[in-house]
Design a protein around this ligand. Sequence first.
Ligand code: VGL
Ligand code: ZN
Length: 348
Amino acid sequence: MSVSTRSIDFVNFNFTNESTMDACFGAFDKDCDGKLNLEEFRTLCGALFRNGKGETYNVDDGTLTEIFKIFDTNDDDHIDRDEFVFCWHHWIKVIVKPVSAILVIDVQNDFISGSLNISNCPAKHNGEDVIQPINNLLETVDFETVVYSYDWHPIDHVSFIDNIFLRKLHESSPIKAEDAKVYDTVIFDRDPPMPQKLWPKHCVQNTWGSDLHKDLKVVENATKIYKGTNPDVDSYSLFWDNQKLAATKLDPLLKQKHITDLYLCGVAYDVCVAYSANDALSAGYRTIILEDCCRGVDLLDIEKIKNYVKENHGVVVHSSQVKDMIDGNDRKPELGYKLALELKHNRQ
Ligand code: VGL
Ligand code: ZN
């Protein structure tokens, strides 16, 4: 077989169907020296990082070399057999067969048509817009885990403007209690002093406002996360309260289920979705924001979180891309790079 014919085979290597480790290694070890050099690894990445139509994603040279070096642990400019075994089990397998969870964040009445109706906020978004695309995903895509979160506040919660006189403000607070208006940020007298944005009373436990929207599909066997239950601390992220005093059960649950990929959607894009995305990336998850399934408060803040996610090797996609991603047919290089960085980090 001529080299040129074989190289066509490499390019068409189908990880999803023919992927045994030996076949893969053999296919990409073009010069048959029992190890992969950078060029051979480049060809492998060309076959690995493809969209749902089978078109190859471009990976820039710097990123490619960086990933190669992460797997070339003995630094001899080759990925030898042992190094490839690690690469196969911890990287290629995850890219080809990710284990995915969706976080459906705070799709509650108060944010959609109640006391914190986001359509009254600067972005003038309609929270109801998220319901149909989220339902459609839940009906058509097979997530390993589905999580619904609830903003779930006691009536004396620190974030409610109505409760501003219940707790002392710190002397550094730019706004005094008497002058505080909704959406202002004050600083409470804590150690360390605690900034807090003031919201209308919302999502009070066991009220209509804290119920999920009636049209949202709730799948069986889903996990529910209740946050913001401590009256003295707000909690935007599904992982941690805003002071990072207490973690929720989310991270251990995801670890127990071997989740690799997290899809985020819901409201508010620039508040609870944003804080959760930030924590998801820090916790090492391949993080995907579902653009058309999120609605938020402020357009500039929405832009900021999208940029933050992209800068930290997450992706922002339309929900129509999810099925191919979950099935391992759309394999995005950003998420492969994120995983390689995590593997490097965890080895150090
Ligand atoms: C949220 C404001 C206050 C949210 C929660 O779910 O994004 N926003 N509490
Ligand atoms: Zn809240």
